[in-house]
Design a protein around this ligand. Structure first.
Ligand SMILES: *Cc1c(COP(=O)(O)O)cnc(C)c1O
Length: 391
Protein backbone atom coordinates (compact mmCIF):
# COMPACT_ATOMS: atom_id res chain seq x y z
CA UNK A 1 0.00 0.00 0.00
CA UNK A 2 0.95 3.64 -0.45
CA UNK A 3 1.04 6.12 2.41
CA UNK A 4 -1.70 8.09 0.56
CA UNK A 5 -4.06 5.12 0.99
CA UNK A 6 -4.48 5.94 4.71
CA UNK A 7 -6.75 8.84 5.86
CA UNK A 8 -4.08 10.22 8.21
CA UNK A 9 -5.32 13.83 8.07
CA UNK A 10 -8.21 13.08 10.45
CA UNK A 11 -5.84 12.24 13.29
CA UNK A 12 -5.11 15.11 15.67
CA UNK A 13 -1.61 16.42 15.11
CA UNK A 14 0.22 15.86 18.40
CA UNK A 15 3.76 15.11 17.29
CA UNK A 16 5.92 14.87 14.20
CA UNK A 17 5.55 11.32 12.91
CA UNK A 18 7.53 9.68 10.10
CA UNK A 19 5.56 8.90 6.91
CA UNK A 20 5.13 5.24 7.81
CA UNK A 21 2.08 3.24 8.83
CA UNK A 22 2.89 0.11 10.81
CA UNK A 23 0.63 -2.79 9.96
CA UNK A 24 2.12 -5.85 11.66
CA UNK A 25 4.65 -6.91 14.27
CA UNK A 26 6.30 -10.05 15.55
CA UNK A 27 8.85 -10.22 18.36
CA UNK A 28 11.51 -7.57 17.78
CA UNK A 29 10.27 -6.77 14.28
CA UNK A 30 7.70 -4.33 12.87
CA UNK A 31 6.41 -4.17 9.30
CA UNK A 32 5.23 -0.97 7.59
CA UNK A 33 2.60 -0.30 4.91
CA UNK A 34 5.08 -1.02 2.12
CA UNK A 35 6.11 -4.38 3.60
CA UNK A 36 9.45 -3.05 4.90
CA UNK A 37 10.72 -4.56 8.14
CA UNK A 38 12.23 -2.69 11.09
CA UNK A 39 14.19 -3.96 14.07
CA UNK A 40 12.32 -2.35 16.97
CA UNK A 41 14.37 -1.14 19.95
CA UNK A 42 11.60 1.24 21.05
CA UNK A 43 8.81 -1.33 21.56
CA UNK A 44 6.08 1.21 22.17
CA UNK A 45 8.32 3.06 24.67
CA UNK A 46 9.30 0.02 26.76
CA UNK A 47 5.72 -1.26 26.66
CA UNK A 48 5.86 -4.48 24.65
CA UNK A 49 8.01 -6.32 27.16
CA UNK A 50 7.49 -9.66 25.40
CA UNK A 51 7.85 -8.15 21.91
CA UNK A 52 5.16 -7.66 19.30
CA UNK A 53 2.07 -9.92 19.46
CA UNK A 54 3.63 -12.73 21.51
CA UNK A 55 1.72 -15.99 21.69
CA UNK A 56 1.01 -15.74 25.46
CA UNK A 57 -0.72 -12.37 25.00
CA UNK A 58 -2.66 -13.46 21.90
CA UNK A 59 -3.86 -16.54 23.78
CA UNK A 60 -4.74 -14.63 26.97
CA UNK A 61 -6.72 -12.06 24.94
CA UNK A 62 -8.55 -14.66 22.89
CA UNK A 63 -9.42 -16.86 25.87
CA UNK A 64 -10.59 -13.96 28.04
CA UNK A 65 -12.48 -12.25 25.18
CA UNK A 66 -14.43 -15.43 24.66
CA UNK A 67 -15.33 -15.56 28.39
CA UNK A 68 -15.87 -12.01 29.67
CA UNK A 69 -14.63 -8.64 28.38
CA UNK A 70 -16.06 -6.26 30.95
CA UNK A 71 -18.40 -6.31 33.92
CA UNK A 72 -17.74 -2.96 35.73
CA UNK A 73 -15.33 -2.24 38.58
CA UNK A 74 -18.34 -2.22 40.90
CA UNK A 75 -18.18 -6.04 40.73
CA UNK A 76 -15.29 -8.44 41.32
CA UNK A 77 -13.82 -10.28 38.35
CA UNK A 78 -11.42 -13.23 38.41
CA UNK A 79 -8.41 -11.97 36.35
CA UNK A 80 -8.12 -8.68 38.28
CA UNK A 81 -8.10 -10.54 41.61
CA UNK A 82 -5.49 -12.98 40.30
CA UNK A 83 -3.25 -10.21 38.95
CA UNK A 84 -3.55 -8.17 42.16
CA UNK A 85 -2.48 -11.23 44.15
CA UNK A 86 0.49 -11.84 41.81
CA UNK A 87 1.66 -8.22 42.14
CA UNK A 88 1.08 -8.15 45.91
CA UNK A 89 3.07 -11.36 46.41
CA UNK A 90 5.95 -10.25 44.19
CA UNK A 91 6.21 -6.71 45.58
CA UNK A 92 5.48 -7.29 49.26
CA UNK A 93 2.91 -4.47 49.06
CA UNK A 94 -0.58 -5.43 50.09
CA UNK A 95 -3.11 -3.70 47.84
CA UNK A 96 -3.53 -2.99 44.13
CA UNK A 97 -5.81 -0.63 42.17
CA UNK A 98 -5.75 -1.05 38.39
CA UNK A 99 -5.70 1.89 35.97
CA UNK A 100 -5.56 2.32 32.20
CA UNK A 101 -2.39 4.40 31.90
CA UNK A 102 0.67 5.30 33.88
CA UNK A 103 -0.50 8.87 34.35
CA UNK A 104 -3.77 7.61 35.82
CA UNK A 105 -1.89 5.28 38.20
CA UNK A 106 0.26 8.23 39.32
CA UNK A 107 -2.85 10.41 39.77
CA UNK A 108 -4.10 7.64 42.04
CA UNK A 109 -0.79 7.62 43.96
CA UNK A 110 -1.01 11.39 44.45
CA UNK A 111 -4.62 11.14 45.63
CA UNK A 112 -3.80 8.26 47.97
CA UNK A 113 -0.86 10.17 49.50
CA UNK A 114 -3.01 13.29 49.97
CA UNK A 115 -5.76 11.20 51.57
CA UNK A 116 -3.20 9.63 53.90
CA UNK A 117 -1.95 13.14 54.72
CA UNK A 118 -5.49 14.23 55.57
CA UNK A 119 -5.96 11.27 57.89
CA UNK A 120 -2.50 10.95 59.45
CA UNK A 121 -0.51 14.16 58.95
CA UNK A 122 -2.83 17.05 59.72
CA UNK A 123 -3.73 17.75 56.09
CA UNK A 124 -0.17 17.66 54.71
CA UNK A 125 -0.36 17.42 50.91
CA UNK A 126 2.94 18.45 49.32
CA UNK A 127 4.84 15.79 47.40
CA UNK A 128 8.51 16.43 46.75
CA UNK A 129 9.36 15.44 43.16
CA UNK A 130 12.48 15.92 41.04
CA UNK A 131 13.87 18.10 38.30
CA UNK A 132 13.77 16.13 35.06
CA UNK A 133 11.11 13.74 36.39
CA UNK A 134 8.37 12.40 34.14
CA UNK A 135 5.14 11.23 35.74
CA UNK A 136 2.58 11.61 32.95
CA UNK A 137 0.43 14.04 31.01
CA UNK A 138 -2.63 14.72 33.15
CA UNK A 139 -2.60 18.12 34.86
CA UNK A 140 -1.51 16.78 38.27
CA UNK A 141 1.13 14.45 36.84
CA UNK A 142 2.48 17.22 34.58
CA UNK A 143 2.68 19.38 37.71
CA UNK A 144 4.56 16.58 39.47
CA UNK A 145 6.93 16.22 36.50
CA UNK A 146 10.08 18.29 36.21
CA UNK A 147 10.37 18.21 32.44
CA UNK A 148 12.04 21.28 30.95
CA UNK A 149 9.50 23.68 29.42
CA UNK A 150 6.47 22.10 31.08
CA UNK A 151 6.40 24.58 33.96
CA UNK A 152 4.71 27.16 31.72
CA UNK A 153 2.31 24.82 29.82
CA UNK A 154 -1.44 24.67 30.56
CA UNK A 155 -1.30 27.10 33.45
CA UNK A 156 -2.42 27.18 36.20
CA UNK A 157 -0.87 23.93 37.39
CA UNK A 158 -1.88 21.78 40.33
CA UNK A 159 0.05 23.18 43.34
CA UNK A 160 2.02 21.14 45.85
CA UNK A 161 4.95 19.61 43.95
CA UNK A 162 8.22 21.29 45.04
CA UNK A 163 11.20 20.06 42.99
CA UNK A 164 14.42 18.65 44.41
CA UNK A 165 17.56 17.62 42.51
CA UNK A 166 18.22 13.96 41.70
CA UNK A 167 20.93 12.37 43.88
CA UNK A 168 21.12 15.48 46.11
CA UNK A 169 19.76 14.58 49.55
CA UNK A 170 20.20 18.13 50.88
CA UNK A 171 17.89 19.45 48.17
CA UNK A 172 15.19 17.05 49.41
CA UNK A 173 15.76 17.78 53.12
CA UNK A 174 15.38 21.52 52.48
CA UNK A 175 11.90 20.95 50.97
CA UNK A 176 10.49 18.62 53.63
CA UNK A 177 8.33 20.45 56.18
CA UNK A 178 4.98 20.07 58.00
CA UNK A 179 3.10 20.36 54.66
CA UNK A 180 5.02 17.43 53.13
CA UNK A 181 3.28 14.09 52.79
CA UNK A 182 5.59 12.18 50.43
CA UNK A 183 8.64 12.02 48.19
CA UNK A 184 7.99 10.64 44.70
CA UNK A 185 10.79 9.40 42.45
CA UNK A 186 11.61 7.19 39.45
CA UNK A 187 14.42 4.68 40.26
CA UNK A 188 15.78 5.66 36.83
CA UNK A 189 14.55 8.84 35.14
CA UNK A 190 13.64 7.39 31.75
CA UNK A 191 12.30 10.31 29.74
CA UNK A 192 15.05 12.59 31.09
CA UNK A 193 17.60 10.36 29.30
CA UNK A 194 17.97 7.26 31.52
CA UNK A 195 19.42 8.98 34.59
CA UNK A 196 19.68 6.52 37.49
CA UNK A 197 18.99 7.47 41.08
CA UNK A 198 22.03 6.20 43.01
CA UNK A 199 21.13 3.18 45.18
CA UNK A 200 22.63 5.01 48.20
CA UNK A 201 20.43 8.02 47.39
CA UNK A 202 17.30 5.82 47.28
CA UNK A 203 18.31 4.26 50.60
CA UNK A 204 18.88 7.71 52.09
CA UNK A 205 15.44 8.80 50.84
CA UNK A 206 13.91 5.74 52.47
CA UNK A 207 15.62 6.59 55.76
CA UNK A 208 14.64 10.27 55.54
CA UNK A 209 10.98 9.55 54.74
CA UNK A 210 10.77 7.03 57.63
CA UNK A 211 12.40 9.45 60.04
CA UNK A 212 10.05 12.29 59.05
CA UNK A 213 6.96 10.06 58.99
CA UNK A 214 6.17 10.65 55.32
CA UNK A 215 5.66 8.30 52.37
CA UNK A 216 8.06 7.12 49.69
CA UNK A 217 6.38 6.75 46.29
CA UNK A 218 8.29 4.97 43.53
CA UNK A 219 7.16 5.54 39.94
CA UNK A 220 8.21 2.19 38.43
CA UNK A 221 6.15 2.68 35.28
CA UNK A 222 9.28 2.48 33.13
CA UNK A 223 11.67 0.60 35.44
CA UNK A 224 9.24 -2.08 36.65
CA UNK A 225 8.13 -5.37 35.08
CA UNK A 226 11.60 -6.75 34.45
CA UNK A 227 12.91 -3.79 32.44
CA UNK A 228 15.98 -3.27 34.63
CA UNK A 229 16.70 -6.99 35.14
CA UNK A 230 14.65 -7.52 38.31
CA UNK A 231 10.85 -7.60 38.45
CA UNK A 232 10.90 -4.16 40.14
CA UNK A 233 13.71 -1.60 40.00
CA UNK A 234 13.62 -1.03 43.77
CA UNK A 235 14.87 -4.57 44.45
CA UNK A 236 18.34 -3.53 43.24
CA UNK A 237 18.61 -0.74 45.81
CA UNK A 238 17.00 -2.87 48.54
CA UNK A 239 14.45 -0.13 49.19
CA UNK A 240 10.79 -0.94 49.80
CA UNK A 241 8.38 1.88 48.91
CA UNK A 242 5.07 2.68 50.62
CA UNK A 243 3.42 3.25 47.24
CA UNK A 244 4.52 2.09 43.80
CA UNK A 245 3.05 2.65 40.34
CA UNK A 246 3.35 0.29 37.39
CA UNK A 247 2.37 0.74 33.75
CA UNK A 248 4.05 0.28 30.38
CA UNK A 249 5.32 -3.34 30.48
CA UNK A 250 2.56 -4.52 32.85
CA UNK A 251 0.11 -4.94 29.97
CA UNK A 252 2.75 -6.10 27.48
CA UNK A 253 1.21 -3.67 24.94
CA UNK A 254 -2.39 -3.35 26.10
CA UNK A 255 -3.44 -0.38 28.27
CA UNK A 256 -2.92 -1.50 31.85
CA UNK A 257 -1.35 0.21 34.86
CA UNK A 258 -1.46 -0.24 38.61
CA UNK A 259 -1.31 1.71 41.84
CA UNK A 260 0.23 -0.57 44.48
CA UNK A 261 0.33 0.35 48.17
CA UNK A 262 1.21 -1.11 51.53
CA UNK A 263 -1.83 -2.23 53.50
CA UNK A 264 -1.35 0.52 56.11
CA UNK A 265 -1.36 3.23 53.43
CA UNK A 266 -4.37 1.93 51.48
CA UNK A 267 -6.79 4.43 52.99
CA UNK A 268 -9.23 5.28 50.18
CA UNK A 269 -12.80 5.41 51.46
CA UNK A 270 -15.59 4.10 49.26
CA UNK A 271 -16.14 6.55 46.42
CA UNK A 272 -12.67 8.18 46.58
CA UNK A 273 -11.28 6.28 43.61
CA UNK A 274 -12.67 4.40 40.62
CA UNK A 275 -13.04 4.47 36.85
CA UNK A 276 -15.18 2.85 34.18
CA UNK A 277 -12.55 0.58 32.61
CA UNK A 278 -10.38 0.01 35.67
CA UNK A 279 -9.34 -3.57 36.29
CA UNK A 280 -11.37 -4.92 33.38
CA UNK A 281 -10.93 -8.66 32.89
CA UNK A 282 -9.61 -8.43 29.32
CA UNK A 283 -6.61 -6.27 30.23
CA UNK A 284 -5.89 -7.88 33.61
CA UNK A 285 -5.93 -11.34 32.01
CA UNK A 286 -3.08 -10.10 29.81
CA UNK A 287 -1.31 -8.70 32.88
CA UNK A 288 -1.46 -12.16 34.49
CA UNK A 289 0.11 -13.71 31.39
CA UNK A 290 2.90 -11.10 31.42
CA UNK A 291 3.78 -11.51 35.11
CA UNK A 292 3.62 -15.31 34.94
CA UNK A 293 6.00 -15.24 31.97
CA UNK A 294 8.45 -12.93 33.76
CA UNK A 295 8.56 -14.86 37.03
CA UNK A 296 9.05 -18.22 35.28
CA UNK A 297 12.46 -19.73 36.12
CA UNK A 298 15.30 -18.26 34.05
CA UNK A 299 13.41 -15.38 32.41
CA UNK A 300 14.89 -12.51 34.43
CA UNK A 301 18.35 -14.12 34.44
CA UNK A 302 18.16 -14.02 30.66
CA UNK A 303 17.13 -10.34 30.71
CA UNK A 304 20.20 -9.59 32.84
CA UNK A 305 22.43 -11.51 30.43
CA UNK A 306 21.08 -9.81 27.29
CA UNK A 307 21.20 -6.48 29.14
CA UNK A 308 24.93 -6.98 29.82
CA UNK A 309 25.46 -7.97 26.20
CA UNK A 310 23.72 -4.81 24.94
CA UNK A 311 25.67 -2.67 27.40
CA UNK A 312 29.02 -4.21 26.35
CA UNK A 313 28.28 -3.81 22.65
CA UNK A 314 27.20 -0.17 23.14
CA UNK A 315 30.33 0.55 25.20
CA UNK A 316 32.52 -0.98 22.49
CA UNK A 317 30.74 1.06 19.81
CA UNK A 318 31.17 4.18 21.93
CA UNK A 319 34.91 3.48 22.27
CA UNK A 320 35.32 2.85 18.51
CA UNK A 321 33.47 6.03 17.55
CA UNK A 322 34.66 8.29 20.36
CA UNK A 323 31.15 8.72 21.80
CA UNK A 324 30.15 9.17 25.45
CA UNK A 325 28.81 7.27 28.45
CA UNK A 326 26.57 4.19 28.39
CA UNK A 327 24.22 4.11 31.38
CA UNK A 328 21.07 2.49 32.74
CA UNK A 329 20.24 -1.02 33.90
CA UNK A 330 19.03 -4.25 32.35
CA UNK A 331 17.38 -3.48 29.02
CA UNK A 332 16.85 0.23 29.70
CA UNK A 333 20.07 1.80 28.44
CA UNK A 334 21.23 5.09 27.00
CA UNK A 335 24.25 6.09 24.93
CA UNK A 336 25.60 9.65 25.04
CA UNK A 337 26.60 10.83 21.57
CA UNK A 338 28.75 13.74 22.74
CA UNK A 339 26.87 16.10 20.40
CA UNK A 340 23.24 16.97 19.66
CA UNK A 341 22.87 14.41 16.87
CA UNK A 342 20.14 12.26 18.47
CA UNK A 343 17.32 13.16 16.07
CA UNK A 344 19.56 12.78 13.01
CA UNK A 345 20.82 9.36 14.16
CA UNK A 346 17.25 8.21 14.87
CA UNK A 347 16.27 9.17 11.31
CA UNK A 348 19.36 7.63 9.70
CA UNK A 349 18.75 4.42 11.68
CA UNK A 350 15.09 4.32 10.61
CA UNK A 351 16.12 4.70 6.96
CA UNK A 352 18.27 1.60 7.53
CA UNK A 353 15.50 -0.40 9.21
CA UNK A 354 16.15 0.25 12.91
CA UNK A 355 13.85 2.02 15.38
CA UNK A 356 15.51 3.74 18.34
CA UNK A 357 14.60 6.81 20.38
CA UNK A 358 16.37 10.00 21.42
CA UNK A 359 14.85 11.30 24.67
CA UNK A 360 17.31 14.21 24.71
CA UNK A 361 19.18 15.87 21.82
CA UNK A 362 22.54 14.33 22.77
CA UNK A 363 21.51 10.83 23.72
CA UNK A 364 19.91 7.65 22.41
CA UNK A 365 17.71 5.28 24.42
CA UNK A 366 17.41 1.51 23.93
CA UNK A 367 14.42 -0.40 25.31
CA UNK A 368 14.04 -3.58 23.26
CA UNK A 369 11.71 -6.45 24.04
CA UNK A 370 12.89 -8.35 27.13
CA UNK A 371 12.94 -11.36 24.79
CA UNK A 372 15.41 -9.73 22.37
CA UNK A 373 18.04 -12.18 21.11
CA UNK A 374 21.81 -11.72 21.06
CA UNK A 375 21.70 -11.92 17.25
CA UNK A 376 19.19 -9.04 17.19
CA UNK A 377 21.42 -7.01 19.51
CA UNK A 378 24.40 -7.60 17.22
CA UNK A 379 22.33 -6.66 14.18
CA UNK A 380 21.12 -3.49 15.92
CA UNK A 381 24.71 -2.46 16.72
CA UNK A 382 25.71 -2.95 13.07
CA UNK A 383 22.89 -0.73 11.76
CA UNK A 384 23.45 1.84 14.50
CA UNK A 385 27.14 2.12 13.67
CA UNK A 386 26.30 2.74 9.99
CA UNK A 387 23.74 5.36 10.98
CA UNK A 388 26.20 7.16 13.28
CA UNK A 389 28.87 7.07 10.58
CA UNK A 390 26.39 8.60 8.10
CA UNK A 391 25.39 11.53 10.34
C1 LIG B 1 5.52 6.54 30.57
C2 LIG B 1 5.65 7.01 31.96
C3 LIG B 1 4.56 7.58 32.65
C4 LIG B 1 3.23 7.84 32.00
O1 LIG B 1 2.59 6.70 31.56
P1 LIG B 1 1.41 6.81 30.49
O2 LIG B 1 0.90 5.42 30.33
O3 LIG B 1 2.00 7.39 29.25
O4 LIG B 1 0.38 7.73 31.07
C5 LIG B 1 4.75 7.94 33.97
N1 LIG B 1 5.92 7.75 34.59
C6 LIG B 1 6.99 7.21 33.97
C7 LIG B 1 8.26 7.00 34.72
C8 LIG B 1 6.89 6.84 32.63
O5 LIG B 1 7.96 6.33 31.99
Amino acid sequence: MQIEDFPLQSLMEITGRPPLVFVAGEGSWLEDHAGRRYLDFVQGWAVNCLGHSPRVIREALAAQAARLVNCSPAYYNAPSARLAALIARASGLGRVFFANSGAEANEGAIKLARKWGTLHRAGAYEIVTFEGAFHGRTLATMSASGKAGWDRLFEPKVPGFPKARLNDLGSVERLVNERTVAVMIEPIQGEAGVLPADPQFLRALRALTRERGILLILDEIQTGIGRTGTLFGFEQAGVAPDIMTLGKGLGGGVPLAALVAAEAVSCFAHGDQGGTFNGNPLMTAVGCAVIETLVAPGFLERVRATGSRLRERLAALSARRGLGEVRGAGLLLALELGRDAGAAVVEAARDRGLLINSPRPGCLRFMPALTVTEAEIDRMIGILEEAIAAV
